[in-house]
Design a protein around this ligand. Structure first.
Ligand code: HEM
Length: 99
């Protein structure tokens, strides 16, 4: 694995995704959620960056094979889900301003 990481940039991105997922996995048990309080949410927001990097990893790998069909579908799904979060966040802000 260490040899591969040095070889191609898409593998470095995959490795970065793997490393970034570790703190989220470690802090996922209920006891950790309680212990971290608001900091838990701040930490777990890195999932947005992780999702984007995971798509980049996949895209880059498939670009070398000139086969971008699946990365485009996965990318569209992630963009749709993130768009949904942005809409929910904007609604929350608007509701808070009304209150
Ligand atoms: C140490 C970390 C990682 C390394 C070294 C790594 C390496 C690789 C390599 C070499 C491939 C190409 C396989 C092939 O040619 O068929 C690949 C494919 C892929 N990787 Fe990673 N990866 C890592 C982490 C991740 C993570 C964390 C994710 C997702 C969260 C991910 C998602 C994918 C996907 C979706 C593919 C395409 C699979 C396929 O279509 O066959 N990888 N990875």
């Amino acid at each position: 694995m260490l040899k591969d990481i040095g070889k191609r940039p898409f593998i470095r991105v995959g490795f970065a995704v793997f490393v970034l997922l570790i703190p989220l996995a470690v802090t996922s048990p209920k006891a950790m959620v309680r212990k971290l309080g608001r900091r838990w949410q701040t930490l777990h927001r890195t999932i947005y960056l992780i999702a984007a990097l995971a798509i980049l990893h996949f895209w880059w790998m498939k670009a070398g094979k000139h086969d971008l069909e699946l990365p485009k579908i996965y990318g569209a799904i992630v963009i749709a889900l993130l768009g949904w979060r942005v809409i929910a966040w904007m609604r929350q802000c608007a509701a808070r301003q009304r209150a």
